[in-house]
Unconditional design. Sequence first.
Length: 231
Amino acid sequence: MKDTRKTAVVIGASRALGLGLAAEYLRRDWNVIGTVRGSRRTGLHQLAEASGGRLTIESLEMTEPDQVSALRDRLAGHTLDLLFVNAAVTRGDIPIGEVPTDMFTEVMVTNALSPMRVVETLGPLVAPAGTIGVMSSDQGSIALNTEGGQDLYRASKSALNQLMRCYAVRHAEDTRTLLLMDPGWVRTELGGPDADLSVEESIPGVAATMERHQGKSGLHFVDYQGQVVPW
C-alpha cells in the first residue's frame, strides 16, 4: 500500500532544535529525512532506530555546495511537504570591530549563505502547497534590537532574513509558503543555560505555527507562538 504520509526534510537535525523538530514530525506521523555532518553517531541515529523506518539520515556538510547538489540528486525521487533549514553558529559576544575576518566569514557563510544555497537547490523538490522554512531569530530583527550585543550573530540572522526576502520576491508567483521561524530563546549550546525555554517547550509551537501557515504563500516572519516578528 502506498505511503500517504507527508515528508519533511530537516537540515541540521543531529541535536537540539533540529533533533527536536525531527522528533516532533515523527510524532505527527510524518516521514522525516534528517541531515547530519560527517559519520559520527548522534541522537538522530537513536531516533531513527526507534522510528520504524520513518526517519532516514543523510550526511551533509551544508557549507559545501557540492554536497548540497549531491543531496538534491539523492532526493530527486521525493516530493517534499516541508524543507526546513536549521543551522547556525555563534562565536561569542564580540564587538564587530574586534571580529577577525575569518570569523566573520565563517558565521556569515554558515548562518546566511549556506541556508540559502540549500533553499535554492532543494526548493524545487517541495510540493506547490508545501513549506520552505529557515530557522531565524528575533535577534535578526532590526526593530527589536534595543540592547545591542551579539553583533555578528545578529548581523548573520538579519542577512538571512534579507536573503529570504530576495528569494521571495524572485519567486513572487510561487504558491509555496516561506517562513522565517523564531523559536524563542531556547536552552541549547547556542542559546545558553539561562534561556527561557527548553527544546520541548519551543519545538511543538514551531511545528504548529508552520502547520497553521501551510497554504499561505509568500514570506512570513513568525515566532513559535505564531506571533509576527517585526523586521
